[in-house]
Design a protein around this ligand. Structure first.
Ligand SMILES: [Zn+2]
Length: 283
């Protein structure tokens, strides 16, 4: 009897332990295989992919965005320190045609102008004229003298072209037989300054003696012809503009900009392919 009971008790306890051990061993195997493969697969592959994808995307979008924003951000600090900047910006070589002393000899010996050769000019910021003349008057074919006032300082080839324009085109176009032209007034020539006197702007052709401004033409009877007027006789005004644009590479008058509403500017600045600027509204 006792032996049977002991057997039953032992048998029951062992059965419980077997059952418990069996249920405890089943869940452990699954977690191990799940942990093992996951770190191996995730570690090598994912990292290289995001590294390769980010560079091209980051270079493509920020690259065009940053360069434009940087130059726009930089000018303000430069503009904030104007005292360190020269009044005229260092400009590229505007006038590539060298001055020819022979042009001065021909001008002064030709009998078509009253002019005086003056000393070479060499100012700051690249301003200067190596062979300048002071143009005092234009001598017409009939030997009449048309004074130029004030006397502009010009390089010789421009002085020659300007005197031909005045004698051959301007005066024949505006003299109507009633009164003759006495003088050209409000004339400008050499001046060391930037275009339109804008601080920091490029050097004006005036700074090389290669530009002339004309404001009015005064007749012997006192009446005045204002070149920039929009109420001039249209035929005469058109003749002045067209002849100027044929002779000079730059003609700026009314309509060109605010700086040229009061006078007409002409110069011989060379341009690519012989290009010209002809801006002079007649009406
Ligand atoms: Zn001018």
């Amino acid at each position: 009897m006792r032996a049977r009971v002991k057997r039953r008790v032992w048998t029951g306890a062992s059965a419980l332990m077997l059952a418990a051990s069996a249920t405890a061993e089943i869940p452990t195997p699954p977690p191990r295989p799940d942990d093992m493969p996951s770190p191996v697969v995730e570690t090598p592959l994912p990292p290289p992919r995001p590294d390769e994808l980010q560079p091209p995307s980051s270079e493509a979008s920020p690259a065009p965005a940053f360069p434009p924003s940087r130059p726009q951000d930089l000018p303000p600090p430069q503009a904030g320190s104007p005292p360190a900047e020269p009044p005229i910006a260092a400009s590229p070589p505007l006038n590539e045609r060298p001055e020819d002393p022979a042009a001065c000899d021909a001008l002064l010996a030709g009998g078509t102008v009253a002019a005086t050769r003056i000393a070479p000019i060499s100012d700051q910021n690249g301003c200067g004229v190596s062979a300048p003349v002071s143009l005092e008057a234009v001598i017409l074919a009939d030997k009449r003298r048309v004074d130029i006032e004030p006397h502009p300082v010009l390089r010789c080839d421009l002085a020659a072209e300007a005197s031909r324009w005045i004698a051959q085109d301007v005066i024949p176009a505006i003299e109507d037989g009633k009164s003759r032209v006495a003088r050209i007034s409000g004339v400008g020539g050499y001046e060391c300054r930037a275009r339109n006197r804008e601080p920091g702007g490029h050097l004006s052709e005036h700074a090389r003696g290669d530009a002339m401004d004309v404001t009015t033409i005064v007749f012997a009877d006192g009446h005045v012809f204002t070149l920039a007027s929009r109420s001039n006789d249209l035929t005469a005004a058109k003749s002045l503009r067209d002849s100027a644009c044929a002779r000079f590479s730059t003609v700026l008058g009314p309509g060109a900009d605010a700086a040229h509403e009061s006078h007409v500017h002409v110069d011989l600045e060379p341009r690519r392919n012989g290009g010209k600027i002809c801006q002079w509204d007649l009406r």
